[in-house]
Design a protein around this ligand. Structure first.
Ligand SMILES: *[C@@H]1O[C@H](CO)[C@@H](O)[C@H](O)[C@H]1NC(C)=O
Ligand SMILES: *[C@@H]1O[C@H](CO)[C@@H](O)[C@H](O)[C@H]1NC(C)=O
Ligand SMILES: *[C@@H]1O[C@H](CO)[C@@H](O)[C@H](O)[C@H]1NC(C)=O
Ligand SMILES: *[C@@H]1O[C@H](CO)[C@@H](O)[C@H](O)[C@H]1NC(C)=O
Ligand SMILES: *[C@@H]1O[C@H](CO)[C@@H](O)[C@H](O)[C@H]1NC(C)=O
Ligand SMILES: [Ca+2]
Length: 405
C-alpha cells in the first residue's frame, strides 16, 4: 500500500514545483527583517538580512523613445509584410485608437488575442540607418532576478544592443550585442550564453541566437539570460542559491552586474529577411514590439523587505535604522559605527549589520577606535563580529566572518 502515498507525494512535489516555477523555494529566504524573541532579560528583537520580493518591474518604469517622434501613425502609414510585399494591410494611425501603436503597448497585459504592440515608422530614409533607442528608467536601483525578454511583433532586428546604466542614465555599458552577423556588425566573435563560465560571467558577448530572420516566424523573442548566468553558481535548476548568494555577497562586480537603474534597447537595423533591401518598398521594414519583461527587486542593501511605489517613485521601506532610497545610510543618531550593507551570510538568515545608536559611545576618526568604552559593551563591536547592543540586550549584529559556501 505504499503506492498511493508515493503518488500523492509525487503530486505534491509537482505542485510545489509548479507554484515555485519562477522562484525556487530557496528564494524564499530573507523575507523577514526582524523577529521577536526572548532572552533572560525579557522580550527582544532579532535582526536579519532581508530583501523585497521579486516582482514585475515594468509597472514602475518610465519609457523614453529617441528619436521622440519615431512612433508610427503621424502621419498615418500603411505597412507591407516582410514575407510578401503585396500584403499591405498593416495600417498605423496615431489619431485612431484602434490603429495607434504607442509605447505603452509594450507593457500592457498580454493575455488577449490579437497582441497589442508599439510600432516605429518605416525605414523611409534608407540607406540612412533606422536607429531607435528605447530607454526604460526606474529612477531606483533594481536587482534583476529573471531573464529580460523582448517579444517582437515584427521580425527581430538584424542588429541591436542592450545597454544598462547603474547611475540613473549618466553612463551606459553594453549588456549584450545581438546581430545576424556579429563579426560584420560589431567585429565580435559570435557566442551564446552557453560559452560563458564562472570566470567569464562578466564578459559582454555578441549573440546570433535571437536575430534569425522571418523564416523562424514563431520565435519572436530576444533574451538577456539572467538565469543561465545565475545557474553557473546555483546549478542548472537554481537549487543551490546559497552558493550564488555567497558569491554575490563577496564579489561586488558580480552584484553590480545584475544591478541597474535603467535599460536601453538600441535598435540599429530592422529585419530585412533577404540579403538585399527592397528599395522600392521600404514599408516592409520597421520595428514592432509587443512585450518587454523585466523581473527584479528593489535594491535595499538587505535592509528592507518591502519597497513601495509612491508619488511615481520606488522607495525601500528601510529597517535596521537605515535610511535613503536604497537604505544606503544610517539614520541620524544611529551612527555609532559605519553603515554597511546586510550580508546574505551565514545562509539562510544572513546578518543584518544594523545601525547602532550614537549613545553606544563616541567613535574617533575613521579607524573606529572607541573611547570611554562602557563596561557592558561587547569589545568586538568595532570589527563586525557578532555583538550585543547595550540598549537592547539580545540584538545580534555583525558577523562578516563566515566563509563563502
Ligand atoms: C521627427 O522630427 C524630426 C525633426 O523635427 C524630423 O526631421 C523627422 O523627419 C521626424 N521623423 C519622423 C519619423 O516623423
Ligand atoms: C509596396 O508594394 C505594394 C504592392 O505592390 C504597394 O501597394 C505599395 O504601395 C508599395 N509601397 C511602396 C512604398 O512602394
Ligand atoms: C541612442 O543612445 C546612444 C548611446 O547609448 C546614443 O549614442 C545615440 O545617439 C542615441 N540615439 C539614437 C537615435 O541612436
Ligand atoms: C528621481 O528620484 C528623485 C528622488 O529619489 C527625485 O527627486 C527625482 O525628481 C526623480 N527623477 C525623476 C526623473 O523622476
Ligand atoms: C531603531 O531605533 C529605535 C529607537 O532606539 C528602536 O526602537 C528600533 O528597534 C530600532 N530598529 C532597529 C531595526 O534597529
Ligand atoms: Ca502588448
Amino acid at each position: 500500500m505504499r503506492f498511493p502515498l508515493l503518488l500523492t507525494l509525487q503530486a505534491l512535489w509537482l505542485s510545489v514545483c509548479q507554484a515555485t516555477q519562477h522562484y525556487p523555494t530557496t528564494w524564499g529566504h530573507y523575507d523577514l527583517c526582524k523577529s521577536h524573541g526572548y532572552t533572560d532579560e525579557g522580550p527582544t528583537w532579532y535582526y536579519m538580512a532581508c530583501q523585497p520580493e521579486a516582482a514585475d518591474m515594468t509597472k514602475y518604469l518610465k519609457v523614453y523613445l529617441d528619436p521622440p517622434n519615431i512612433t508610427c501613425g503621424d502621419p498615418p502609414e500603411t505597412y507591407c509584410t516582410l514575407e510578401n510585399p503585396y500584403m499591405c494591410n498593416n495600417e498605423c494611425d496615431a489619431a485612431t485608437e484602434e490603429l495607434a501603436h504607442p509605447p505603452e503597448l509594450m507593457f500592457d497585459f498580454e493575455g488577449r488575442n490579437p497582441t497589442t504592440f508599439w510600432q516605429s515608422s518605416s525605414w523611409k530614409k534608407y540607406p540612412k540607418p533606422l536607429a531607435v533607442n528605447i530607454t526604460l528608467s526606474w529612477n531606483k536601483t533594481i536587482e534583476l532576478t529573471d531573464d529580460i525578454v523582448i517579444t517582437f511583433e515584427s521580425g527581430r532586428p538584424e542588429q541591436m544592443v542592450l545597454e544598462k546604466s547603474l547611475d540613473y542614465g549618466r553612463s551606459w555599458q553594453p549588456y549584450q550585442f545581438y546581430a545576424t552577423d556579429c563579426l560584420d556588425a560589431f567585429t565580435m566573435e559570435p557566442k551564446t550564453v552557453k560559452d560563458i563560465t564562472q570566470h567569464t560571467l562578466l564578459d559582454i558577448i555578441c549573440t546570433e541566437e535571437y536575430s534569425r530572420g522571418y523564416v523562424w516566424k514563431n520565435d519572436k523573442t530576444v533574451r538577456f539570460e539572467i538565469k543561465d548566468r545565475f545557474a553557473l553558481f546555483a546549478g542548472p535548476k537554481l537549487h543551490n542559491m546559497a552558493s550564488l548568494y555567497g558569491q554575490l555577497d563577496t564579489t561586488k562586480n558580480l552584484r553590480d552586474f545584475f544591478t541597474i537603474t535603467d535599460l536601453r534597447i538600441r535598435l540599429l537595423r530592422p529585419a530585412t529577411g533577404a540579403t538585399m533591401v527592397d528599395e522600392n518598398n521600404l514599408s516592409r521594414y520597421f520595428y514592432a514590439i509587443s512585450d518587454i519583461k523585466v523581473h527584479g527587486r528593489c535594491k535595499c542593501n538587505l535592509h528592507a523587505n518591502s519597497c513601495i511605489f509612491d508619488k511615481e517613485r520606488l522607495t525601500c521601506e528601510c529597517e535596521h535604522n537605515t535610511t535613503g532610497p536604497d537604505c544606503g545610510r544610517c539614520k541620524r543618531n544611529y551612527q555609532a559605527r559605519a553603515w554597511s550593507a546586510g550580508s546574505y551570510l551565514p545562509i539562510p538568515k544572513g546578518t543584518a549589520n544594523i545601525c547602532l545608536p550614537n549613545s553606544v559611545g563616541p567613535v574617533i576618526g575613521g579607524r573606529g577606535k572607541r573611547l570611554q568604552r562602557r563596561p557592558d559593551l561587547n569589545p568586538d563591536l568595532d570589527n563586525e563580529k557578532p555583538s550585543i547592543s547595550p540598549e537592547s540586550p539580545g540584538i545580534i549584529s555583525g558577523g562578516k566572518d563566515v566563509e563563502a559556501l
